[in-house]
Ligand binder design. Sequence first.
Ligand SMILES: NC(=O)c1ccc[n+]([C@@H]2O[C@H](COP(=O)([O-])OP(=O)(O)OC[C@H]3O[C@@H](n4cnc5c(N)ncnc54)[C@H](O)[C@@H]3O)[C@@H](O)[C@H]2O)c1
Length: 432
Amino acid sequence: MEKVQVKDAKGKLGVLVIGVGGAVATTFVAGTLIVRKGLGIPVGSVSQLATIRLGKRNENRFPKIKDVVPLADLNDIVFGGWDIFEDDAYAAARHAEVLSANDLDKVRDELQAIKPMKAVFDQNFVKRLHGTWVKSAPTKWDLMEAVRADIKKFKTDNNCDRMVCIWCGSTEVFTKISAVHETLPALEKAMKENSEEIAPSMVYAYACIAEGVAYINGAPNLTVDMPAMWDFSAQKQVPILGKDFKTGQTMLKTVLSPMLKTRMLGLSGWFSTNILGNRDGEVLDDPGSFKTKEESKLSVIDNILQPELYPELYGDVYHKVRINYYPPRKDNKEGWDNIDIFGWLGYPMELKVDFLCRDSILAAPLCLDLVLFTDLAQRAGMSGIQTWLSFYFKSPMHDNEHIAEHDLFIQNVKMKNTLRSIIGEETIDFMD
Ligand SMILES: NC(=O)c1ccc[n+]([C@@H]2O[C@H](COP(=O)([O-])OP(=O)(O)OC[C@H]3O[C@@H](n4cnc5c(N)ncnc54)[C@H](O)[C@@H]3O)[C@@H](O)[C@H]2O)c1
C-alpha cells in the first residue's frame, strides 16, 4: 500500500471553538488541558486510547493509534474561540457545572487566559439566548470579514502553524436549504445582501474556509451541509465535516438497530424521550431549534433498517423523539427508549433503555478526536466532506451522489481503514 504524503505535525495547532463558553466546549478544553498535564485519563477518546490492528490477525500487531498515526501532540494545541458571553473559559466552565471546581482548578490559569472573541450572533437563529458579546457590522459579509481578521490575528499572536475550527455553539433554528445555498456566487451575494437565509454559523464557516481553516460542525445546523460550501471547501482544499455529535441516545440507536437487522427481528415502534436541564436543553425548548435537532435524530433508523428492502420487518415503524427541558438535571441528561420489536411469527416484545448520561462528558472526547483527525486530514491533503469521520456524527454529511452510513461499527471500520491507508498499511476486510 502506498503511503500518503502527510505533512509533519510540527508547530502549534490552533483550535478555535465557536461557543467556547458552553458546556461541551469548556469540558473539552479543560479536559484536554488536564490530560496533557497527566492529571486525568482521556476516557472515550479513540485517538488517545484505542489500538489499531495492523496486518494479519496472527501478526499480533495492535499499536495505539496515536503511536503510529502522525497526530498533533496535545502539548502543541492552543485554544481560542468565540462566544456571545464575555466570561473567560474558567468562569464559563464553573457556570456550566459539568466538571468539579477541584478539577477546573488544576488548569485554572490556562482557562482564565482563554477569553472569547466577540461572536457573530442573530437572535432570530437562537431564540432563547440574549447575547451581550456580539460583533456589529452593516452586512453579514462584513461580519465574515471581521471573523477572518480574528482568525488571522489569533494565528499570528499564537504563532500557529495550522488551525482547525469546531462549532460547539447552540443549535440554530431549522434552516431549509434553498437557492442561496446552492452555489458559491449565490451564497456570497446573499451574505452581502444580509439575507435571512444566512445563519451566523455560515458566516463563521465561510470565514474559516476562506482562511484555510478546517470546519467541524458539532450541532445539527445546516452550515456547511450545502453545495455552495462543498464547492468552496474543494476550491480552498479545506476539510469540512458534521453534523451533530453522536453521543448518547443516537449512539445507542446506531448500535441497537444493526443488531435487530442482522438477526432479522422486526420493529414496530421506537419512542425516545429525554430530560435535560443545561443551556442546550433551554435552547432546544424552542420549537425552531428543536426541529433542527429532531431532523438529525430521526434520520438514523430508516437509513440502517432499509425498510424498502424489508417491508415486512420495518415497513411500518412509528418513530418519535422528544426533548424536555428540565432544569434540575442540568447537564446530566436522562434518555429513555421504548422499543417495540417483534420476533418469530410476529410475536411482540419490548426493549427498554434508560441511559443516565452526562452530555458533555460524552461529547468532550469526540471534540478532541475530531480536532486531531481533521488536522491529520488537512495535512494529508484531504479536503471537502470527510465521510470517514461519520463515526462521530448523528447525521453524517455527504454530497448528493453518496448515502450516509449510520451503523457505528461500519463507521468504525471505515475510520480505521482510512487511518491504515494514510500510514501505508493494508486495509482490513476481516476475512482472515
Ligand atoms: N452530548 C452533547 O452534549 C451534544 C451532542 C450533540 C450535539 N451537541 C450540540 O453541541 C452544542 C453545544 O452544546 P452545549 O451543551 O455545550 O450547549 P451550551 O448552551 O452550554 O453551549 C453553547 C454555547 O454557544 C454559545 N453560542 C450560541 N450562539 C453562538 C454564536 N453564534 N457564536 C458564538 N457562540 C455562540 C452560547 O453562548 C454557549 O456558550 C449544541 O448545539 C448541542 O446541541 C451536544
